[in-house]
Design a binder for this molecule. Structure first.
Ligand SMILES: C[S@@+](CC[C@H](N)C(=O)[O-])C[C@H]1O[C@@H](n2cnc3c(N)ncnc32)[C@H](O)[C@@H]1O
Length: 206
C-alpha cells in the first residue's frame, strides 16, 4: 500500500517513489478503472459533481491517467498533471488505448503553474492528503478556477491510518468561504471490493 511505502522509503524523493510505483499502480481495480462496471460507477460519481461536459478539467496528480481518460471519454477537455514521468508514460499510453484527446504535463500539483481562472473543475484523487500545507495548496487550486468553477477532491481516511478525515478537510476548505458538499464513496463497485474505512468526494463550489 502506497501510504505504508511512503513511511518506509523516506530517503526516496516523491518523484522516484511514484516512478517506482508506476509499474504496479494499476494492479488495483480502482487505480486502473478497467471494465465497464467500475468505469460506470466512477462516472456516476463524477457526473453528480461535475458541472457537465464540455467542462475544462485539470486532473492534478493524475497518476496513470485513469480519471483523466474517463472524463475525456465523456466529453470533458482534460489536462492531467503529475510529478512522475513513469506515471505520465502510462497515462499517455492509456489515453492512446482509449483513443481520447487528453493532454498530460509534468509538474508539481502543489504549485501547478497552469493558467489562472481557466478551469471549470480542478480534480484530484488521492493526492491532497499527502501534500504539505493543504491550505496554501487549496488557495492555488482555487486560483485556477474560472468563475463558478468547482474543486472536486476524492480523498479518504484509509484503514492503513493514512489519509484525511472528511470533517477535517471540510473545515479547511470551508475557511475559504465556499459551499462544500461531501458524499461518501462506499459502493464496493468503486473499489473492486467492500470497504470498511472512510472514502468520499468533497466538492467545493465557488
Ligand atoms: C495515489 S496516486 C493517485 C493517482 C490518480 N490521481 C488516481 O486517482 O489514480 C498519487 C499521484 O500523485 C502524484 N503526486 C504526488 N505528489 C505530487 C506532486 N507534488 N505533484 C504532482 N503529482 C504528485 C504521484 O506521482 C501519483 O501519480
Amino acid at each position: 500500500m502506497v501510504g505504508r511505502t511512503l513511511d518506509l522509503v523516506a530517503d526516496l524523493s516523491v518523484t522516484e517513489l511514484w516512478n517506482t510505483e508506476a509499474s504496479v499502480f494499476d494492479d488495483e481495480p480502482h487505480h486502473s478503472l478497467e471494465g465497464d462496471e467500475i468505469r460506470s460507477a466512477w462516472w456516476d460519481v463524477m457526473e453528480a459533481v461535475l458541472p457537465g461536459p464540455p467542462s475544462v478539467v485539470a486532473d492534478l496528480g493524475c497518476g496513470t491517467g485513469s480519471m483523466t481518460v474517463l472524463l475525456a471519454q465523456r466529453g470533458c477537455d482534460v489536462i492531467g498533471l503529475d510529478v512522475s514521468p513513469r506515471m505520465l508514460d502510462r497515462a499517455r499510453a492509456k489515453a492512446q488505448r482509449y483513443v481520447v484527446p487528453a493532454r498530460f504535463l509534468a509538474g508539481d500539483a502543489a504549485a501547478p503553474g497552469l493558467r489562472a481562472s481557466s478551469f471549470d473543475v480542478v480534480l484530484t484523487r488521492h493526492v491532497l492528503w499527502a501534500l504539505p500545507d493543504p491550505t496554501a495548496v487549496l488557495a492555488r487550486w482555487f486560483d485556477l478556477l474560472a468563475p463558478g468553477g468547482r474543486l472536486v477532491l476524492v480523498e479518504g481516511r484509509w484503514h492503513t491510518g493514512a489519509g484525511i478525515d472528511s470533517d477535517d478537510l471540510r473545515q479547511i476548505v470551508e475557511r475559504t468561504g465556499v459551499t462544500v458538499e461531501v458524499t461518501p464513496l462506499d459502493d464496493p463497485l468503486l473499489w473492486g471490493h467492500p470497504i470498511t474505512d472512510s472514502r468520499y468526494v468533497l466538492t467545493a463550489i465557488t
